[in-house]
Design a protein around this ligand. Structure first.
Ligand code: GDP
Length: 325
């Protein structure tokens, strides 16, 4: 097995093959691989933090892949190196994810300056989010200046991604009926920018109207910081119009939030929340692997289900076993 120095030097020199190998350590189910991954991350920590971390969400069909392809190629034209990751725990396909279908990002996949990694497959949102977050740090250490994390707009994925990026972009399209229908307010609250895609052809006026409508809705919402007003923009991932404006917004945000110290604070808070979620995951893991608990659990669950034992007493008894084997 290769030494940690092999991985560290390889990643710091931007070797994509070694970067990919290191990611497989992090994604491994083997405890000693993951431990090596953790040690490697610790070594690389001083070399992380230099990328713009950008989250992108939107319901299927909104144009995420097309947007990332066009936006990514624009960034490459500007001289940036970018990594594209994904969080998609619902995917059960082997190695599968929204990004697995590489034909959807044909140009980016071929580009030297882009590194594309599909969502780790199979597992809980917590596990997938951990792997993606750690992969993000590896990509930063490998010199990628922009890291995009894509997720599908369902359930809790957004919250997990918003917790690992600097800037969270909500991609939308205008619907046939009420444009605001179907956006969950919680997701709108996470967004640092809302971008209405497919503003082209016959759809141009509708997209512009939706933009105005959304801007007035957002205007009524309590801003999370006085430093930043969430913009509503339009673009076409197909014709590539409006994409420069999106990048402008991301850069504006970075500039202002860095100057005010809020970006640093945000990242530190994210790191702390991350620590807590790992502690919780670790505790759960210890609980379920504890021999005395394992031998007792089925019976306790059955008794609670039958109403023979109260939930509070059951929990107390099980937790007691954790400390008193
Ligand atoms: P995803 O499921 O969110 O990743 O969406 P895709 O990127 O796969 O796009 C879904 C469909 O919308 C595809 O047929 C795209 O060609 C189309 N599409 C994406 N962006 C645009 C756009 O800006 N304008 C138009 N007219 N179609 C688009």
């Amino acid at each position: 097995m290769e030494s940690l120095t092999f991985y560290k030097d390889g990643i710091l020199s931007g070797d994509r093959r070694i970067l990919a190998k290191a990611i497989t350590l992090i994604e491994s189910r083997l405890a000693d691989h993951r431990e090596r991954g953790r040690l490697l991350l610790e070594e690389l920590l001083p070399h992380t933090g230099r990328a713009v971390r950008l989250g992108i969400t939107g319901v299927p069909g909104v144009g995420k892949s097309t947007f990332i392809e066009s936006f990514g190629m624009q960034l490459i034209d500007m001289g940036y190196k970018l990594a594209v990751l994904a969080v998609d725990p619902s995917s059960r396909r082997s190695g599968g994810s929204i990004l697995a279908d590489k034909t959807r990002m044909e140009q980016l996949c071929k580009a030297e300056q882009a590194f594309i990694r599909p969502s780790p497959s199979g597992g809980t949102l917590g596990g997938v989010a951990r792997m993606t977050r750690e992969t993000l740090l590896l990509c930063e250490a490998a010199g990628f200046q922009v890291v995009i994390v894509e997720t599908v707009g369902v359930g809790q994925n957004e919250t997990a991604v918003a917790g690992m990026v600097d800037f969270f972009l909500l991609l939308m399209i205008t619907g046939a009926g009420d444009d605001l229908q179907g956006i969950k307010k919680g997701i709108l609250e996470l967004a640092d920018a809302v971008v209405i895609n497919k503003a082209d052809g016959d759809n141009l006026i509708k997209a512009e109207n939706a933009r105005k409508e959304l801007a007035s809705v957002l205007h009524l919402m309590q801003p999370s910081t006085l430093t930043w007003t969430v913009p509503v923009l339009t673009c076409s991932a197909l014709t590539r119009s409006g994409l420069k404006g999106v990048w402008q917004a991301v850069q504006d945000y970075h500039r202002r939030m860095t100057a005010s110290g809020e970006l640093e604070a945000k990242r530190r808070n994210q790191a702390l929340e991350w620590m807590w979620s790992l502690v919780e995951e670790g505790l759960k893991d210890r609980f379920h692997r504890h021999p005395a608990i394992r031998s007792r659990l089925d019976r306790t669950v059955a008794r609670v289900r039958q109403g023979d034992l109260g939930p509070a007493t059951a929990a107390r008894e099980l937790l007691f076993l954790l400390d008193n084997p």
